[in-house]
Design a protein around this ligand. Sequence first.
Ligand code: HEC
Length: 261
Amino acid sequence: MKKIILSSITLASLLVIGLTLSSNSSGPGGNRTGSPGSSGDCSGCHGGGSFGGTLKVGITEIGDTTFLSFYTPGKVYDLHVISGGTSTKKGFQATILTSSNTAAGAISAAPSGTGIDIAGGKSIWGHTSTSSSGVWKSIWTAPAPGTGTVTIYGAAVVSNANGANSNDQVVTANAMIGEMVSSNTKSLDATKLKVIENPTNTVVRLNGVAKNMIIWNNQGQVAASSKNTSELNVSQLPSGTYYLQTVSENNVRNTTAIVIK
Ligand code: HEC
């Protein structure tokens, strides 16, 4: 009886080991994008081969092919990861971060053969089955105004397709995308509403009534909003840096970074 129990435990652990190993061609998991704060890139396990591998990452307008150097806050773009090289089995991971290395905007689509994992609060988009084309596309929603320059980090394996992590080529790429700042907002600075309590932990107060007050978190989501008021209750919000967008009666818009304690 003891023997039977022992051997079924051995069998079970073999199965677990087998599953853990085979989960690699379906993506390494975690954050192997090579970005700041990641566990390095794919070269932690892969390498030693050369197959003319290349890698390009970037955003375009939806359905377009021209890579852009600037994003408009809140706008939706195609996110591309394109890997070249003579291999029938390619894989990748990619993420987009702000200059302070937090998630920038939202990666929201995971077409077949890919998936999105959250690791350390960041969206990691990667392969779940290998691809022979090495062409992957998702959707990215740009972050709130005031986020500034963001960086796309990508890492890919252009493999020898031997079903192991030996003699593969690792390629990495990154691309910086600047924030498009509206020149309109700048020239009308003099008329803008001002925040008179910043940082705060209870209410955000303005020096006048705003037609709209909208507070965005650094994931580009609306955290609080109000209409026709000079203050907005923020006591329910987790502490951190947010972006307050005000729209005045005469439709002048302004965005300020605010700190909630
Ligand atoms: C912790 C180790 C480890 C890391 C890190 C890792 N892999 Fe792997 N990978 C493996 C192992 C082991 C295999 C072979 C077993 C398998 O295919 O499941 C493998 C297989 C693959 C294969 C198929 C290779 C072939 O020759 O058939 C691809 C493609 C791949 N990984 C892509 C990636 C990419 C892309 C990354 C980085 C974003 C990455 N891997 C990071 C361990 C790793």
